[in-house]
Design a protein around this ligand. Structure first.
Ligand code: APR
Length: 259
């Protein structure tokens, strides 16, 4: 694999590729929110590294007894209270705002985020698909409608959809849970339209998310990686910016602001 080039050269080449793109799509992961104080999942200090991955029977437990699942969910929180408190405290960092700026400048058509922290929405992105859901939302298991989590009535468990009476779950996709079809359809539609993938802050080990940039690359389109560490996509990246997203994405925006 080619050695990553200097920061300035890599950012310049990434900006050139984005200038030529008509429909750039981004895939983002926990690393983009790391500078907001939210631990990543893998690697040093990662939530899964420290607490272990959640059992994959979470989805089965929900299906078997949604009421018991809700009782447990309202009493406990995934990743330990430290992780949940970090999520509660987090605000967007310069990386999130720069990603939203790329959209506002017309340089980024869509963001597929694996993050559940809602920070890319708060930072101002509008063309965004949350493939693993959003911790601030509840989702109806029957009609798929999503509601702000803090608006649902949990005095009766399990809570039900006010539109169709279906059972509600939090929108976060659990291990073992199928990704909602509407979300998957949008991700594949955006991947087929993409003529460039900007991959920011993900280890790219979870599928189908990690597949999207590979699919675009196979069709001959460039892949830009922004990550301080090597990932499974580094070998096929056209440009590697070995830096934190909070530094790299704003530098990219600054270069693209220059006509
Ligand atoms: N800027 C950019 N990238 C960073 C930063 C930073 N400041 N800090 C860390 N990273 C990188 C790490 O090098 C790593 O490659 O972010 C990546 C985080 O990887 P993971 O912890 O595996 O997170 P992610 O890729 O988002 O995980 C995907 O796995 O368990 C599921 O649902 C979970 O959505 C998550 C999915």
């Amino acid at each position: 694999m080619s050695e990553p080039e200097s920061f300035d050269l890599a950012v310049r080449r990434a900006a050139q590729l984005l200038r030529r793109s008509q429909h750039a799509v981004a895939l983002t992961g926990a690393g983009l929110s790391a500078e907001s104080g939210i631990p990543t999942y893998r690697g040093t200090g990662g939530v899964w590294t420290r607490f272990g991955e959640p059992t994959i029977d979470g989805w089965d437990l929900f299906c078997q007894d949604p009421e018991a699942w809700w009782e447990h969910a309202l009493e406990h929180r995934v990743g330990g209270s430290e992780f949940s408190e970090a999520l509660d405290r987090a605000v967007p960092n310069p990386g999130h705002y720069a990603m939203a700026e790329l959209e506002h400048m017309g340089r980024l058509a869509h963001v597929i985020t694996q993050n559940i922290d809602n920070l890319q929405n708060v930072a101002g992105s509008r063309h965004i698909t949350e493939i693993h859901g959003n911790r601030a939302k509840a989702r109806c298991m029957r009609c798929g409608l999503r509601f702000p989590l803090n608006t649902i009535d949990t005095s009766i468990l399990p809570p039900v959809c006010k539109e169709c009476g279906g059972i509600l779950k939090n929108d976060v996709v659990m291990f073992g849970e199928p990704i909602p079809q509407d979300v998957l359809d949008t991700c594949y539609r955006q991947t087929y339209r993409a003529d460039l993938f900007l991959v920011v802050g993900t280890s790219a080990v979870v599928f189908p998310a990690a597949e999207f940039p590979i699919m675009a690359k196979r069709r001959g389109y460039p892949l830009i990686e922004i990550n301080p560490e090597e990932t499974s996509l580094s070998d096929i990246a056209d440009v590697i910016v070995r830096a934190p997203a909070g530094e790299a994405v704003p530098a990219l925006v600054e270069l693209l602001l220059v006509p």
